[in-house]
Design a binder for this molecule. Structure first.
Ligand SMILES: [Cu+2]
Length: 482
């Protein structure tokens, strides 16, 4: 008995030595090849990531008592995109882009929408954290507003920044016809830019100078990256000119309202810093470089006009595609330079690093693909099913989740989450730290991305591709936050 036990002990000792040696040998190999390997309990990782998020995006906003009331009438009208031709379009208050709704953080926004269109409509407040019943998704958060009817939207935006609004009913047709507008929520301490300029980027598929191509959700659009037009406009004008003065510091707010086109904006000759993505300021301002502005995306740029640039012209260009396209000319007046305003670029007060995010388990992997079938003959699917046949994903409010989007198709998909902001964590498994929140993220062909988020607002929130033709053909599902 005694002998046996001492034999067991020495055996144990030998085993321990072997295990320790093996660990010393293999340990560094593991550490090099799998930096994401963690011995931490997943619950501990999730707890830590959740606690890093505390106070990053306010759960509630205090009303300041101000109510800003607007009236929007959606109806057919005409637009002079190519003067003197008049193009029949649909618009809010006869304007495309629609009126800019400008409010302060803390204001209550009341928008009475009157539908004078020949079909039902709704308004979705893109990127605005609104109560679920105000989110504008027909058949999910509200009934479609019939022709002749009206609906009152009422909410207090929780974030300052650049947002936009558009129909969520037959969006591929209604947005393409010109129904969209901008909501700007000003910060309590508005940064002292010399000018605050809005650039709404769109493209139109015209049959002729006074006729829109009315073949919406075509087979071609469905089998490609949606509808790409043959006329690029900025604020519904072709290459409009902006005038600035030397020395000015400009805030440029860019919004992509196109159905399918992706822009890659650059400002050659000017130093431009990215200060906000999808409305929200980030960890720090970073130089504008290699940015894709997909449908739905917004960016705010901080641009300083050199004090010796009087008389020069700079172009905002789209560098996506084979030929660079001028979007807007920025002409510097010949007058003497102004003193450049000096202030720290806007940034988030609190921004979670989420360095450990890739150690968290993947809570759900959305499979993005296409198949034949559905009302258009081609359907775009999430988890092999087209909306409304796919299943909602259920998430709990107030905890960290890691979600994966797996694009099994050779096409682009800018995925948009309603009601939540998220961070991009990885592309094809490689960690990415953008330092910005997003509500829309572009997936390239066959790409897999991971995002991290802490859902806060309860309700049924759409999760869909913002290539509107893909969404029309089923690429939408719901995330239910409980
Ligand atoms: Cu898509």
């Amino acid at each position: 008995m005694h002998l046996f036990s001492s034999f067991k002990q020495s055996h144990r000792l030998l085993l321990t030595v072997v295990v320790v040696l093996l660990c010393l040998l293999i340990g560094p190999v593991l550490a090099v090849e799998s930096p994401a390997l963690s011995t931490q309990n997943p619950d501990t990782v999730i707890k830590q990531l959740t606690s890093e998020f505390q106070h990053a995006l306010p759960v509630e906003i205090k009303a300041n008592g101000e109510v800003k009331r607007f009236e929007l009438v959606a109806k057919p009208t005409v637009a002079g995109l190519i003067p003197p031709y008049q193009l029949p379009i649909w618009a809010y208050n006869d304007q495309t882009p629609g009126p800019v709704l400008r409010v302060n953080l803390g204001d209550t926004v009341e928008v009475l929408l009157k539908n004078e269109l020949p079909q039902a409509t709704t308004i979705h407040w893109h990127g605005v954290r609104v109560p679920n019943a105000m989110d504008g998704v027909p058949g999910v958060t509200q009934a479609p507003i019939a022709p002749g009817d009206s609906f009152l939207y009422r909410f207090i935006p929780k974030d300052a920044g650049t947002f936009w609004f558009h129909p969520h009913q037959r969006s591929a047709e209604q947005i393409e016809r010109g129904l969209y507008g901008v909501l700007i929520v000003d910060e309590p301490q508005k940064p002292a830019y010399s000018q605050d300029l809005l650039l709404v980027l769109d493209d139109w598929l015209l049959e002729s100078k006074n006729a829109l191509n009315e073949n919406f959700v075509s087979r071609h659009d469905l089998s490609h990256d949606g509808r790409w037009g043959n006329l690029l406009t900025v604020n519904s004008k072709v290459q409009p000119e902006l005038t600035v003065r030397a020395g000015e510091r400009i805030r440029l707010r860019l919004i992509n309202v196109a159905n399918g086109r992706v822009f890659a904006p650059q400002l050659p000759g000017l130093s431009a810093n990215l200060i906000a993505v999808d409305g929200l300021p980030g960890q720090r301002a970073v130089p504008l470089q290699g940015l894709f502005l997909a449908p739905g995306n917004r960016v705010d740029l901080d641009v300083v006009i050199p004090s010796n640039a009087g008389g020069q012209t700079f172009n905002l260009v789209n560098t996506l595609g084979r030929k660079q396209q001028t979007l807007t000319a920025i002409t510097v007046a010949t007058e003497s330079a102004v003193t450049t305003p000096r202030f720290a670029a806007p940034k988030a007060q609190q921004f979670p690093n989420w360095n450990q995010a890739l150690n968290a388990p993947i809570n759900h992997e959305f499979m993005l693909d296409a198949s034949s079938g559905g009302q258009y003959g081609i359907q775009w699917t999430i988890d092999d099913l087209a909306w409304p046949h796919n299943k909602s994903l259920s998430l709990k409010a107030g905890r960290f989740y890691r979600l994966r989007f797996n694009n099994r198709s050779p096409r682009l998909h800018p995925m948009h989450l309603h009601g939540q902001f998220f961070q991009l964590l990885a592309r094809n498994g490689q960690a990415v730290q953008e330092g910005f929140w997003r509500d829309t993220i572009l997936l390239q062909a066959r790409e897999t991305i991971d995002i991290g988020l802490v859902p806060q607002d309860r309700g049924r929130w759409a999760n869909h591709c913002h290539i509107l033709e893909h969404a029309a053909a089923g690429m939408m599902t719901m995330i239910e936050v409980k």
